[in-house]
Design a protein around this ligand. Structure first.
Ligand SMILES: [Zn+2]
Length: 380
């Protein structure tokens, strides 16, 4: 079988859509008008991905406030925030360029999703000609909605985590029920968990093991057959062409991440200084048998934060090198991250989000061609 290839999920939102989000926040357009722009951008994303030959498409997350907040708010500014949440939660991350992203704060129970990702799958199935995938958020990210210290009166942390796991399980199952071929779980907080950033207290609490255990609480509710098509995505962040945790030694994460009983992993790598070391670590720690499923390592061969387009030859060379360390039947190709995980992102290094969409398609084409060339060279 040729080396499989899959995108993470997001694409830059066209400037027109970003302006529509802002207009909805300030009350100058209705939700229906915002949705019309989202639908148009989603349709354009799917058609353009299909034109590149991407085997499994997404809508580029054009209808989502962000990869992390789609279940709980309609916009990043907090319009349409779900019940029992306030806007002033923990920093999710502080990025290298100084900007930050903040989560809402849970004020009481019960915790419930207001939007499940299956809503997007249903719409995308009507547009796409082939299979669609959907990215969902990990419970380990949303556990940060609960205050870091202390308990919410009348809603214990334990009760919250029970509810959270139920909602995350439902989110994944409903995507499959709606026809998604693959569901990947965004786990960008994994590498950040070892950052020890004094400005962002949760990153100093050594939470990685807690994150992994919580994610397994959800994944272990799925059969090996189901988990073949459930992935985990890791990256050092990717927002406004900046990162949040690339300086954290990768081994701290990679030596534990494969304890998550997922069938595949979408692993940032192309922007690492020593890519071969990452292949080696993935080869060392990924498992042939993770409770009944072999773990496929989709290595990042494209950097969505850099406007320079990779060549198919570069992609091919990376994959051929990766195959020295990772069994080729457990090797895949992906991008380092989504191309724009947050809805408001002007892609500063690219000059504009509209141009960045064009660049994304060229990069995806290079990944597909490079994976094809590597498969040929490796004889698979
Ligand atoms: Zn990412």
């Amino acid at each position: 079988m040729p080396i499989p290839t899959e995108l993470v999920g997001s694409l830059p939102r066209p400037m027109k859509l970003q302006e529509a989000y802002a207009a909805y926040d300030d009350g100058s357009i209705t939700f229906e008008e915002l949705q019309a722009e989202q639908n148009a951008a989603a349709e354009d994303s799917i058609h353009r991905l299909e034109q590149t030959g991407e085997p499994i498409v997404t809508d580029g997350e054009q209808r989502e406030s962000s990869f992390a907040t789609y279940p709980i708010t309609d916009t990043l500014a907090g319009t349409g925030l779900a019940d029992n949440l306030a806007g002033d939660g923990q920093f999710f991350a502080i990025f290298d360029d100084g900007h930050h992203r903040q989560l809402p704060r849970l004020t009481g129970g019960p915790f419930r999703y207001k939007t499940f990702a299956s809503e997007f799958v249903e719409k995308n199935k009507q547009i796409a000609n082939g299979p669609v995938k959907q990215a969902v958020i990990a419970p380990s990210m949303l556990m940060l909605l609960y205050p870091l210290d202390g308990e919410i009166e009348g809603y214990s942390r334990e009760q919250f985590l029970d509810d959270l796991c139920d909602e995350c399980e439902k989110d994944i199952r409903k995507c499959f029920d709606a026809g998604a071929a693959r569901v990947s779980v965004d786990f960008t907080e994994g590498r950040l968990a070892n950052k020890n950033d004094s400005r962002n207290p949760w990153t100093g609490k050594n939470m990685l093991q807690e994150f992994i255990d919580l994610n397994n609480r959800v994944l272990d509710r799925f059969s090996p057959e189901e988990r073949k098509n459930i992935g985990i995505h890791t990256c050092p962040g990717g927002d406004c062409d900046s990162v949040h945790s690339k300086e954290v030694p990768y081994e701290k994460l990679l030596s534990h991440m494969f304890d998550i009983n997922a069938g595949y992993f979408l692993i940032q790598c192309s922007s690492e200084e020593d890519k071969e070391e990452v292949y080696r670590l993935c080869g060392q720690y990924s498992r042939e048998d993770a409770n009944g499923v072999a773990q496929v390592c989709f290595m990042g061969v494209i950097d969505p934060l850099n406007p320079e387009v990779e060549t198919p030859e570069q992609v091919k060379n990376d994959l051929v090198t990766a195959a020295k360390h990772i069994p080729v039947e457990r090797l895949g190709a992906t991008d380092d991250c989504g191309f724009s995980p947050f809805s408001r992102d002007v892609k500063p290094k690219h000059g504009s989000p509209d141009f960045a969409r064009d660049v994304a398609m060229q990069k995806i084409s290079a990944r597909l061609e490079g994976a094809r060339m590597a498969s040929e060279e490796l004889g698979v």
